[in-house]
Design a protein around this ligand. Structure first.
Ligand SMILES: NC(=O)c1ccc[n+]([C@@H]2O[C@H](COP(=O)([O-])OP(=O)(O)OC[C@H]3O[C@@H](n4cnc5c(N)ncnc54)[C@H](O)[C@@H]3O)[C@@H](O)[C@H]2O)c1
Length: 251
């Protein structure tokens, strides 16, 4: 039985993972960490990760980027594998994660869903064929409580486009209202819509002359991310140190 320490256990995703784990025969949550501790949980919850007393095999983080430093410190000290699902890290934090991955196994993904990772694969194939003659735009939609924009997944999709092109040549454009000029071929427009209870929708548009291709993924509940994170944890927990991606699981 793989023993999980869940960071952000009392948030939306933390609760979804707790729910998924109840039906998982191979994994169990032995402790949680959250700023909110006055909730009835299936396991002990700590405000400070260094107070955790339980034996842990792996950490799953669905919390807030500001928690990263302390999680990395703890994971490195205890030599624990770490699944990072939290989004919105700064470039400096991403460098810290990459550096830590030389000592412990780390899997970072802005989107834990199987469908989105397939979408990334399709986007790479489409980019190889269409780049140069099609304009690329990404639209993402989320609920009105989401703070960061664009979504980490929209950036993941944009990065997938660039990863197939030599020299990361496309630049990201988030705001067109301030520049009165036509778009150029070397840009990806990224647009964020916020409203209601939308779980998450991502569309990439390849717009050419007289034809348009859209690849779209719709999430209808958060449990797909929870299931993906548990899959990531069972993949990662016995791996050697390194920086892993969701794509590695499917390969
Ligand atoms: N990778 C994915 O597939 C995926 C999917 C959904 C959400 N996310 C990301 O996961 C994160 C959490 O999402 P959510 O919807 O559950 O958010 P949420 O706000 O509902 O939950 C975050 C939890 O983290 C806790 N937290 C905040 N600061 C803390 C601190 N300093 N110490 C301890 N706990 C702290 C909060 O109390 C809260 O319970 C976000 O970054 C979100 O973008 C990733």
């Amino acid at each position: 039985m793989i023993q999980i320490l869940l960071i952000g256990c009392n948030g939306h995703m933390g609760r979804a993972i707790t729910q998924s784990c109840r039906y998982n025969e191979n994994m169990t949550i032995v402790a949680g960490v959250d700023a909110v501790v006055n909730v009835d949980n299936d396991y002990p919850v700590y405000a400070d990760i260094f107070d955790v007393k339980e034996t842990v095999d792996i950490i799953i983080d669905f919390s807030h980027p500001k928690v990263l430093n302390v999680i990395l410190k703890y994971a490195l000290e205890k030599s624990l594998p770490l699944v990072i699902a939290t989004t919105g890290h700064s470039d400096e934090q991403k460098d810290m994660i990459e550096k830590a991955a030389s000592s412990i196994p780390i899997l970072l993904s802005a989107n834990m869903s199987l469908g989105i990772n397939l979408m990334v694969d399709l986007v790479k194939r489409a980019t190889k064929l269409l780049h140069g003659s099609f304009d690329i735009e990404i639209i993402e939609k989320h609920h009105n409580q989401k703070i960061d924009a664009p979504s980490g997944t929209a950036l993941l999709i944009a990065d997938a486009v660039n990863s197939t092109l030599a020299g990361n040549e496309m630049k990201y454009v988030y705001d067109r209202h301030s520049s009165m000029q036509k778009r150029t071929r070397d840009e990806i427009g990224i647009h964020s819509i916020r409203g209601g209870t939308i779980t998450g929708e991502h569309t990439i548009i390849f717009a050419g002359n007289d034809e348009m291709i859209e690849i779209k993924h719709t999430a209808v509940s958060k449990s797909l991310f929870a299931e993906g994170a548990l899959k990531a944890a069972s993949f990662l927990y016995d791996k050697t140190p390194g920086y892993y991606k969701m794509q590695d699981i499917f390969e």
